[in-house]
Design a protein around this ligand. Sequence first.
Ligand code: GFB
Length: 314
Amino acid sequence: MNEKLSYSLSGKRVWVAGHRGMVGSAICRQLEKEECDILSIGKETLDLRNQDAVLNWMTKEKPNAIFLAAATVGGIYANDTRPAEFLYENLVIETNIIHSAKLNNVEKLMFLGSACIYPREAKQPMSENALLTGPLEPTNEWYAIAKIAGIKMCQAYRRQYGCDFISAMPNNLYGPGDNFDLESSHVVPALIRKFHEAKEQGRSNVEIWGTGKPLREFIYVDDCASALVFLMKNYSDDEHVNIGTGEEISIGDLAKSVSNTIGFKGSLEFNPEFPDGAPRKLLNCQKISQLGWQAEVGLEKGLALAYQSFLEAS
Ligand code: GFB
């Protein structure tokens, strides 16, 4: 590994923006292994959409490093039906934080994106250089445009001001702290809740949105947090970095796995009235694996852990 690229978190003031979200809380768990001071602030005290407030708070708290995990996120239905919120809130949060970080001479910033930044028809598995090579998946283009702008902000601030701002693109995340609201959640928490409730209520079938044919790659959130901290310490360049597992599964097979994990004995009913979204989203993770990181939690174990955390939270 190139020693010049290494960044030590030891003794640093590290702001986790979005610390109550699924990824932010996993980053905080991961940072407990580092000798750093974790800074956090709730949205009731600091509105990240308010540029002056963000700048003032940062000027007072003086973080050395920032994990930018604050975002408006959601599954396919939320993305498709709330385009203005997904575009505006994500753009304003990331521009406020990145610009204030530059004004405050923050040493290092990690911007968190998503695999939906790649074109719908990108060659699979998708490499970092597939960015901006074709049209986006329509169900999430608003969110994707905001995340692409975040990558470009980091690159532009690196190029013009020499800021050490980097970005990482994880694939579909799941795990403790997930959103289990059926309208706004992603597929894994939605299926956990649907199968759990169907089992409790003795129902004979569960509705699965779409055809069940799309392929997805899922990454357990603590694995993602470990990759983010690893990159913060070991990566410094303008290209974003993919984070995935290399394990791919159809939504139909995922539904069977979740139903087995929960012990639901009924049938699955696919409803093609709901959109499938992207046909396939598998990341090429050669870059991060060459840097020396790989995922540890396989899907079977991850689903069991995610179900356990759902039971503990409910
Ligand atoms: O997880 P999900 O909402 O996000 O949906 P995307 C994945 C697939 O699961 C889609 C199907 O084909 C859904 O139709 N699915 C089946 C369900 N049943 C359900 C259900 O009950 N709830 C949900 N939510 N899906 C999102 C993007 O895309 O992925 C975001 O919209 C972001 O921008 C995120 O990138 C990671 O993988 O389709």
